[in-house]
Design a protein around this ligand. Structure first.
Ligand SMILES: CCOCCOc1ccc(-c2cn(C[C@@H]3NC[C@@H](O)[C@H]3O)nn2)cc1
Length: 444
């Protein structure tokens, strides 16, 4: 599999997010987010890691853009930090926050790299959480105001907009499992949060289209195909419940089907739908972003409310203990193309954490990660050849960074970051990606 097997206009990028790489959390007027609060709460993140400095990207972005140029990507997916723009979440605008993203976007365009901006990548301003957070409908309205402000300022140069990153993580991990910020364990709040996140997306889509000529708008979901641990009908039904929990709860409303009836019955908890919410949520989009890491294999369980249990399978796992299963990406792409018929699909994240180390020769020989990318890209190509509307691929991530509750120990980067010195080193996987992307130039 080589780059020229893909369409010539295929998008090749890398992805990051603000809280995971920027640092400078109290600089130039940025306000606190729920991840500042959560990561500074003892016991919430591995080793008490937090994003105060992270990769110091706020200051080092020219160097990081030079790395993207060296890798040869033609696009870069980053997120705008809401608390940099609106420190209290609403009202007072922080011009120095807008200035940073103006500088970042201009520097990307200068290098011929197309900016793809995610508006929300989990760093909700703390003051909005204090007023109810995503379980409150007001937060959806605040998001629409934030989206209006940012797209009015950047929309002349940024044409690709992702409203939300992984609303499932924000709602389930943040408000029910409690392992992500804000760390609540309240099922009802997680259901309300999921609805207001989707509503926020739906409210923002027309705002972005109004502000940005030629806008391409979408949302990014972390989707996992679910497989039954056995042919036992109870396990097959459990896999269907997992699929509803992880995938259909978001896909169905976004594609005009409303919330899945089987999950509404299972949960016995109705989302806080009002008026035309479901029409708003189903606002037509230009693409679906998919973050794919692995599949789920599940069996039946009496564990309420989801009534499935994960089963660990497979011979090969990443440092996150996720099974390496590229076939799941193929199955997902084919299914989505057939069942939801998105205009376009972009893999907005795919990658793997491995315990990288600097070898005696100064290199980082992350050959498992090279293999991970090769196998997943091969299955992307196969899905594309079998009709999936796949138009681009963003590797997660450009840099080793703050992997949320796992902290800095989980390294996903194509580029190794030595955090004490902030020195960047391109890994073997980065050089592989660079050579893969250069191939078309050599053969054209
Ligand atoms: C209570 C049990 O819970 C089990 C599932 O727990 C998780 C945790 C984490 C993830 C997870 C992490 N990532 C990578 C990020 N995507 C966005 C970008 O910021 C990357 O850092 N994707 N999914 C999924 C599930």
């Amino acid at each position: 599999m080589k780059r020229s097997d893909f369409p010539a206009n295929f998008i090749w990028g890398t992805a990051t997010s603000a809280y995971q790489i920027e640092g400078a959390v109290s600089e130039d007027g940025r306000g606190p987010s729920i991840w500042d609060t959560f990561s500074h709460t003892p016991g919430k993140t591995k080793g008490g890691d937090h994003g105060d400095v992270a990769c110091d990207h706020y200051h080092r972005y020219p160097e990081d853009i030079a790395l993207m140029k060296e890798l040869g990507v033609n696009a870069y997916r980053f997120s705008v930090a809401w608390p940099r723009i609106l420190p209290e979440g609403r009202g007072r605008v922080n011009p120095r926050g807008l200035d940073f993203y103006n500088r970042l976007v201009d520097a990307l365009l200068e290098q011929g790299i197309t900016p793809w901006a995610t508006l929300y990548h989990w760093d909700l301003p703390q003051s909005l959480e204090d007023q109810g957070g995503w379980p409150s409908r007001e937060t959806a309205y605040a998001f629409a105001e934030y989206a209006d402000l940012v797209t009015r300022h950047l929309g002349d140069r940024v044409k690709h907009w992702i409203t939300l990153n992984e609303p499932w993580c924000s709602a389930y991990l943040g408000y029910h499992a409690g392992i992500h910020a804000p760390g609540q364990q309240n099922f009802k709040h997680s259901i309300w949060a999921s609805h207001h996140l989707l509503l926020a997306h739906g409210l923002a889509v027309p705002v972005i289209r109004r502000n940005v000529t030629g806008a391409r708008v979408g949302i990014t979901l972390n989707l996992s195909p679910g497989y039954p641990a056995s042919p036992d009908p109870a396990d097959v039904a459990a896999a269907r419940r997992f699929d509803g929990f992880q995938n259909r709860w978001y896909l169905d409303p976004l594609y005009g089907l409303g919330y899945p009836a089987d999950m509404l019955a299972l949960y016995g908890e109705a989302p806080s739908v009002q008026g035309d919410d479901l029409i708003t949520i189903a606002a037509p989009t230009d693409f679906l972003g998919i973050n794919y890491y692995s599949r789920a294999v599940v069996r039946n369980s009496d564990l309420e409310p989801y009534r499935f249990q994960y089963v660990r399978v497979g011979e090969e796992h990443t440092d996150m203990d996720w099974e390496v299963y590229p076939e799941g990406l193929y199955d997902l792409l084919i299914r989505l193309g057939r069942e939801y018929r998105p205009k376009a699909i972009y893999i907005t994240e795919n990658g793997a954490a491995y315990p990288d180390a600097v070898a005696d020769d100064g290199g980082i020989h992350d050959l498992e990660r090279v293999r991970y990318f090769q196998r997943h890209l091969a299955l992307c190509l196969e899905a594309l050849q079998h009709g999936a509307p796949l138009k681009g691929y963003f590797a997660w991530s450009l840099l080793d960074n703050f992997e949320w509750a796992e902290g800095y120990a989980k390294r996903f980067g194509l580029v190794y970051v030595d955090f004490p010195s902030q020195r960047r080193r391109i890994k073997a996987s980065g050089y592989w990606f660079r050579d893969f992307l250069r191939e078309a130039v050599a053969s054209s």
